[in-house]
Every structure is written in structure tokens, then in C-alpha cells.
Design a protein around this ligand. Sequence first.
Ligand SMILES: Cc1ncc(C[n+]2csc(CCOP(=O)(O)OP(=O)(O)O)c2C)c(N)n1
Length: 187
Amino acid sequence: MRGEEVVAALKDSISDDVLIVSSNGNVSRQVFTFLPQPQIYLRGSMGLPMSIGLGLALAQPKKQVIIFTGDGNFLMGLSSLATIGNNLPSNLRLIILDNGSYATTGGQETVTSSLDYLKLLEGMGIKHFGSLNAIESPTKLSEAFEILLTGDQTAVLHIVVGDDVENLENIPWKPIEIKEKFLNKFG
Ligand SMILES: Cc1ncc(C[n+]2csc(CCOP(=O)(O)OP(=O)(O)O)c2C)c(N)n1
């Protein structure tokens, strides 16, 4: 499965009151296209979805917060993972869509092929971790997602996805409009 197929497949499991933060580039376009709007669609800066998601989870403890990040963004924002591990908000979920590349900018390889996610996350103090290969086991996706959502602790789901991408429409909202629409709905 490609990243957008994974995001689209999760649509029915995500209720309208869930807060979502998505990393810049393709992942934000996928979340914008397939999941309830509005959400925080990052544009431009890489590496910020984890810190912004953590802030949202701490500010809105009664709401569930899901971060969707590409692996390139995940690597760039690693320092905030340590802060997540230190705070461990029970309402925070992190989904890493790992296509092993910076697909948005032409598919340059990232270094996740040599990354031991389990050790990394454990070292950051995050214990609830799942990893699956969505290409080989699409039926396991909804099961894994169900476990992720219904748990009572900070949890991370790492999903290996294909590196071929569909060219989705760019998000038509400016960053300030994204903020206003999000605050109008959830603020
Ligand atoms: C600080 C910074 N460096 C580089 C870029 C250019 N850039 C935009 S999206 C992107 C790739 C993001 O990769 P990933 O998070 O793995 O998502 P994918 O594109 O693979 O879906 C890059 C390098 C940027 N926007 N900001």
C-alpha cells in the first residue's frame, strides 16, 4: 500500500472530534484529501509535527491527538520525541508513514532502513510501539489502528509504505487560514 492508501483506509476509524497534525509535503496532502477537515496541515517547515502534536495533546487532554508523519519529518524532529517520552500524554498517538524516502522532493533516500525503531522509541521512554508492513499485510492495518486508538497510553505505529506517490492536489489554504479554520472548529 502507498501512503495515501493507508491514510484513506483509516478514514472510517477516525471520528470527527480527533485532532490531527500532519507533516509537510505529501503526508499533509493525504490527510487533507482523505480525513475529516480541518486539521493542522503543516506546510513548509519539516520536523515539527511531533512538537506541535505534543503541544496539542497537553493543551487538549480530553481530546485524542494523532500525528501523521513521514519518515523524513520524523528523523528531522527526533529531539521532540524525547520530550514526548518525558511527558507521555495518554491521548497522543503517532503514526509514521515510512516510505524510506523524501518522496515529496523527488524520492531521495532517508536512513530509516538502518534504524531500529524499537530501540529508539524505548530509549526515548515510549513503550507502546507497533510496526507493520502495509504492503504485505493490508488486513492488519485496521486491527493495528484499533489497538493504537483504544489504548490508554502514548503509542506509536510505524507503517512501512510504498515509495511511489500519487500527485494529490496541493492544500488550497494558506497557513493562517489553516489556523483559523482549526481554531473555529476546536478552539
Ligand atoms: C527544513 C526543510 N528541509 C527541507 C525541506 C524540503 N522538503 C519538503 S517535504 C520534504 C520531504 C519530506 O519527507 P517525508 O517526511 O519522509 O515525507 P514524504 O515526502 O516521503 O511523504 C522535503 C525534503 C523543507 N520543506 N524544510
